[in-house]
Ligand binder design. Structure first.
Ligand SMILES: [Zn+2]
Length: 278
């Protein structure tokens, strides 16, 4: 079910990882950001749109992780944009013929593997590097690209609606998950991304994370501060006091503690390597 969160901006929440699909109403149709995860949920979203006489005129994926790269035939054939790095990363990963089978295998323990349609996965049109806005006929959507969480990750700021679409940043249920794959300083990259989001935070009335609860203006600085504190704790090899991990985590999200342990270990491994001559 589509739920309005601001004038002309609606959110469709998935039962999987509290994933949010975002609909922005334009002049001749809607922009759809991170369409969703399960087949029946995207079909429901497509039906909601067609019942209200709206078609999808553009799509956008905030970053090249599978749960943000999906699409459903009923959503139509609009261009699906992403940053140049997002599109290139998706293309590279999907050029491996085993990629989709690996995603399905990864999903088996969740019980939703057969409900995730991978046919149209990752067919992203690259926007030229440093494109400032999504090219479409609707309210201006500013692209805030940064190097955190995933290559080519972008938050979107719809200034005239006061909405920040954060991608996989600023979640109330997920800790910052760093991109440890191909970056020299993932901690500083993440802190720089938070500074970019902080730069628009004063104009945000509604915050929509990729996973988790939609927040109001009061949540924007609070979540930036919480994410920064977590990243500082990781950097300083301290145990973070963070309500998203440990015994105070929301029921069903206890696994986030394992993610924390994993990235703390990997970062410790990196700094040992950095300190080893040769
Ligand atoms: Zn992600």
């Amino acid at each position: 079910m589509l739920r309005p969160v601001a004038d002309g901006v609606l959110v469709h929440e998935s039962g999987f990882l509290q994933s949010n699909a975002i609909v922005v109403q334009g002049r001749a149709g809607v922009l759809l950001v991170d369409p969703g995860v399960q087949d029946h949920e995207m079909a429901c979203l497509a039906n909601d749109l067609s019942r209200s006489g709206q078609t999808v005129v553009a799509g956008f994926s905030t970053h090249p992780h599978w749960d943000h790269l999906l699409w459903h035939p009923q959503l139509g054939a609009a261009p699906r944009y992403g940053t140049a790095r997002c599109a290139a990363t998706a293309r590279d990963e999907l050029s491996d013929p085993g990629a989709k089978a690996r995603i399905t295998a990864h999903l088996l323990p969740t019980g939703i593997a057969e409900r995730v349609p991978l046919d149209l996965l990752g067919e992203i049109t690259a926007l030229p590097a440093e494109t400032a806005q999504i090219p479409w006929g609707g309210p201006q959507v500013r692209i805030i690209e940064h190097h955190a969480h995933a290559p080519g990750h972008a938050a979107l700021f719809i200034e005239e609606r006061g909405v920040l679409v954060a991608g996989d940043m600023l979640s109330d249920v997920l800790i910052p998950m760093l991109d440890l794959s191909d970056t020299a300083d993932p901690i500083e990259d993440y802190l720089a991304a938070l500074r970019l989001l902080d730069g628009v935070a004063g104009d945000v009335d509604v915050l929509v994370p990729g996973h988790g609860s939609v927040g109001g203006a009061d949540q924007v600085h609070a979540r930036i501060d919480q994410d920064r504190a977590y990243v500082h704790a990781l950097r300083d090899t301290q145990v973070p006091r963070d309500p998203r991990i440990g015994p105070s985590a929301k029921p069903g999200w206890e696994w986030v503690s394992d993610v924390h342990d994993g990235q703390a270990q990997r970062l410790a491994g990196r700094s040992e390597r950095d300190g080893t001559p040769g």
